[in-house]
Design a protein around this ligand. Sequence first.
Ligand code: HPA
Length: 254
Amino acid sequence: MTEKKSDKKFAIIGGTGLTKLENLEIVRREIVMTSFGEPSSALAFGSIDGAEQEVVFMARHGHAHNIPPHMINYRANIKALKSVGVTSIFAINAVGGIRDDMIPGTLAVPDQIIDYTTRRVNTFFESNLSHVTHIDFSYPYSKHLSQRIFDAAQKQGIDIIKGGTYAATEGPRLETAAEIQRLKQDGCAMVGMTGMPEAALARELNMDYVSICVNANWAAGISDELITMEAIDRNLLEGMAKVRQLLAQLISQF
Ligand code: HPA
């Protein structure tokens, strides 16, 4: 029997623009039901570009991309990944750029989050508890996995922005220019609708979690250009091509 390269089990949660991974050779699909309900998609198990390391892929918005950010069953998604033994999650998130360097089409790995969401169930620790539980969430993203991403990006010659605060908004509408100015004053570099509660739920279940963000557009009021779905799709296409390349390198490193 060949020795397994890593004891870790990796999952990729694909967001807008990444409902499937073309370079994932799928060996099997599993529909996992959880005590919190049904996850967004069946789990696809396979390997990327023939690498030894198995990965699990989940489409956050469903395979048909028809589950909006505020309707995602984040608890079912994270629980389903945990139940199949996943230890480490690479989350792919589309964002709007707030900070000057968050140019549409570029990639960024955030190192902090501010949660502005208002109506999401955001914890597993709610009822039937033997004791009240507060997780440490000072540093929401895995520094170790972030470094692995930077190493892989360097190997592939892909520019990636290191760090920045992710603002998680409720959606599904985009923000007003004034809301974005407030986020900017708060120190946020990028804004998206899916970063929370996903990151916190992964921490509650003791899983390593990191995000690769793709800048889809300038956030509201940051540029004079109107935000159009056509431009978002174009930038996501460019960004996700880099994400696929990055993930292949990344997974082969373990
Ligand atoms: N705001 C919130 N979420 C987003 C944006 C945005 O401008 N672009 C992509 N996801």
